[in-house]
Design a protein around this ligand. Structure first.
Ligand SMILES: N[C@@H](CCC(=O)N[C@@H](CS)C(=O)NCC(=O)O)C(=O)O
Length: 213
């Protein structure tokens, strides 16, 4: 397998955590997003969206979209499972994961931020304000849910890490990069600490990647 990765990509960070939890270490290729390598012909031939991550399987299939890659991993390497066994539990975990991956992360993405500053002429301060605003809106709802729902345990769902935790930890790392005050989110911070105590999460962090700058 080969993972197309970038140390600061939170979507790739999700896949790195999932691979670590499964005990898998694919070959890596690094796509330098700040230098625009995602828009190079070679990478666009692989992934026409020009986004990381992409995963090329041993069978030669090209998988894109972090949650699709993680669910494929979970189906092909079922131990340890990243989703709970019951349909209601799976719906809850997917709902938490999608609240991050669909409703927070896309608004913080590099191409969206570049459009704000490049095309719309927003200042750095306005760009960071946008970033923090949409993070706060999303994290506030997650905090409310995780604090009050009985299914929350040491992790987002019970006492084993899974897909929702895999999305939460990289999103909090992103929030810190724009100095978002995370004090209003004690439940999220508690779960993040439990995750980062595990080597699978800690080793997937941006600073520990070979392409970290
Ligand atoms: N929904 C996609 C999002 C992928 C994505 O947005 N990746 C970002 C890095 S986290 C990227 O490649 N950005 C490049 C750009 O914005 O030009 C997924 O979950 O894989």
């Amino acid at each position: 397998m080969k993972l197309y990765d970038y140390f600061r990509s939170s979507a790739a960070y999700r896949v790195r955590i999932a691979l670590n939890l499964k005990g898998l270490a694919p070959e890596r290729a690094f796509v330098h997003l700040r230098r625009g390598a995602q828009r190079g012909d070679d990478y666009l031939a692989l992934n026409p969206q020009g986004l990381v991550p992409s995963l090329v399987t041993d069978g030669g299939d090209v998988l894109t979209q972090s949650l699709a890659i993680i669910e494929w991993l979970d189906e092909t390497q079922p131990r340890p499972p990243l989703l709970p066994p019951d349909p209601a539990g799976r719906a809850r975990v997917r709902s938490l994961a999608l609240a991050i991956a669909c409703d927070i992360h896309p608004l913080n993405n590099l191409r969206v931020l570049n459009y704000l500053t490049g095309t719309l002429g927003a200042t750095e301060a306005q760009k960071n304000g946008w970033y923090r605003y949409w993070c706060d809106v999303g994290l506030e709802a997650l905090e409310t849910r995780l604090a009050r729902e009985a299914a929350t345990g040491s992790f987002c769902h019970g006492d084993v890490p899974g897909l929702a935790d895999i999305c939460l930890v990289p999103q909090l790392a992103n929030a810190r990069r724009v100095d978002l005050d995370l004090a209003p989110y004690p439940t999220l911070l508690r779960i993040e600490a439990a995750c980062n105590a595990l080597p699978a999460f800690a080793d997937a962090g941006p600073a520990r990647q070979p392409d970290a700058e």
